[in-house]
Write a protein that binds this ligand. Structure first.
Ligand SMILES: *Cc1c(COP(=O)(O)O)cnc(C)c1O
Length: 469
């Protein structure tokens, strides 16, 4: 950066040297500048991006109330790992783990339930996966059997964290394909992929791609018979990134959690339907015996012996306090009311979108506050546009509604998804629906196919695929 020595507290922000040069991108600028100028430069750079509340692509919280925001801002300087200095933060984290464990019907009687905090579901999934792998390995070693070829079974509807987990820990990932008819993990197919080296099966509550739930009760039932027959001890880890905070409030009778015998660990994102700003995740084990001792690490240089389970060391405490605030502020009733509204608004959008001639919803029912849809067969044949064009059109009015292709085996299917979260009112839904209708009306006026339509049609021709839904 050029000489900005002349910048002083009285320099007008937009009259400064900094504002007439490109932003530094390679080296740290030589000179200091005023806080106002630095603030404006950072702020302005991100100014034009999608408003978080109109971002219907994300599952992650974009609204918290003023007190939550204040509480979290006030604790922004607190490092969770410094448990000697901030012992109450650790106590509050452990209360949150208890509350989450009880929400999932943990059978553990200890006053402190066995669980851990993570930066998101990704860390929580990794911890659940590592624990399953170490338990399997211990058992194999005790039996004097080889333990160098672990595998994990789940559907192709998995989130990318499981690919990371299997790659980083060198575990073979066995995937049950989702197809047009098998829309969730098929228990029978999953068991066919299992063997003595299977460390766990991972069903998903709230599949990222579709919004559906794997049938965990049936899986548990079939797995029970399978484990009895084979003498194996294959457990279930539930990836409940979204569902962990939906099912207990929307469908408390439904059994997917520790009420099922083979469910030994569950992970969720506190920053998704736990309603906390990013990043926060939780993992809970059925009881202490499912968390291998090797996963707890102690350090003694923080002023006392501190024992912790996690991939990260330092992490912000603010989200943990935000989660506890939500539990106190909202209570079961509050969570229920918010999730119920999200469900109702998602159902309303689902119904309206399903009635539009150009669209076809993927599933008749909405089981989580999100859903996907595709172009109707007729439109796929005659339309001059694709859902990617609609995505771009909606972005003009500020909405981010993503279009994407489904996982392998059904990757020729392009869908669009909306995730309804706290902060999306019925009025906003009406605005969105109006914007979708207007965008479709405009796209329908096109005389020539868009680039994305041409590309899609060419691909379809090359692969000799027919349009079926
Ligand atoms: C979002 C998601 C994850 C990853 O969660 P983060 O909290 O973003 O780390 C894992 N699994 C599923 C099913 C998800 O939806």
């Amino acid at each position: 950066m050029t000489n900005t020595k002349n910048t002083s507290a009285t320099t007008p922000v937009y009259g400064s040297e900094e504002m007439k040069h490109s932003a530094p991108s390679q080296t740290i600028p030589e000179h200091s500048t005023t806080p106002e100028i630095a603030y404006r430069m950072v702020k302005d750079e991100t100014f034009a991006e999608t408003q978080p509340r109109l971002n219907l692509a994300t599952f992650v919280t974009t609204y918290m109330d003023d007190y939550a925001t204040r509480l979290m801002n006030e604790s922004i300087a607190i490092n969770y790992i410094d448990q000697t200095e901030y012992p109450r933060v650790a106590v509050i984290a452990s209360r949150c783990i208890n509350m989450v464990a009880n929400l999932w019907n943990s059978p553990e009687e200890a006053e402190s339930k066995t669980g851990a905090v993570g930066i998101g579901s990704s860390e929580a999934c990794m911890l659940g996966g590592v624990a399953a792998w170490l338990r399997w390995r211990k058992r194999r070693m005790e039996e004097g059997k080889p333990h160098d070829k672990p595998n994990l079974v789940m559907s192709t509807g998995m989130q990318v964290v499981w690919e990371k987990f299997c790659q980083l820990w060198q575990i073979e990932l066995r995937q049950v394909p989702l197809t047009r008819t098998n829309r969730t993990l098929c228990a029978k197919e999953a068991l066919k992929m299992c063997d003595e080296n299977t460390i766990c099966i991972v069903p998903i509550a709230g599949v990222t791609w579709t919004g559906l739930n794997d049938d965990i009760e049936t899986l548990n039932h079939e797995l029970d018979a399978y484990n009895k027959m084979t003498g194996y001890d294959i457990p279930i880890h539930v990836d409940a990134a979204s569902g962990g905070f939906i099912l207990p409030f929307i469908n408390p009778e439904h059994k997917w959690d520790f009420r099922l015998k083979w469910v030994k660990s569950i992970s969720t994102s506190g920053h998704k339907y736990g309603l906390v700003y990013p990043g926060l995740g939780w993992v809970v084990w059925r009881d202490k015996s499912y968390l291998p001792d090797e996963m707890s690490f102690s350090v003694n240089y923080l002023g006392a012996e501190v024992t912790q389970v996690g991939l990260n060391f330092s992490r912000p405490a603010a989200q943990i306090l935000g989660q506890y605030y939500n539990f106190l502020r909202l209570g079961w009733e509050g969570y229920h009311a918010i999730q119920r509204n999200a469900m109702d608004i998602a159902q309303y959008c689902h119904e309206r979108i399903g009635k539009m001639e150009c669209f076809e919803v993927y599933n008749d029912e909405v089981v989580n506050p999100l859903f996907i849809w595709s172009l109707s067969e007729e439109y796929e044949r005659k339309a001059k546009w694709t859902l990617y064009d609609l995505q771009a059109k909606l972005q003009e009015s500020g909405w981010m509604v993503p279009a994407y292709t489904m996982p392998k085996d059904i990757e020729d299917m392009v869908v669009m998804r909306i995730v309804v979260r706290q902060g999306m009112s019925r009025d906003m839904a009406d605005m969105l629906l109006k914007d979708i209708e207007n965008a479709v009306a405009e796209l329908d006026k096109l005389k020539h196919p868009t680039l994305s339509r041409e590309k899609y049609n060419n691909q379809e021709k090359q692969h000799g695929k027919v349009f079926t839904h």
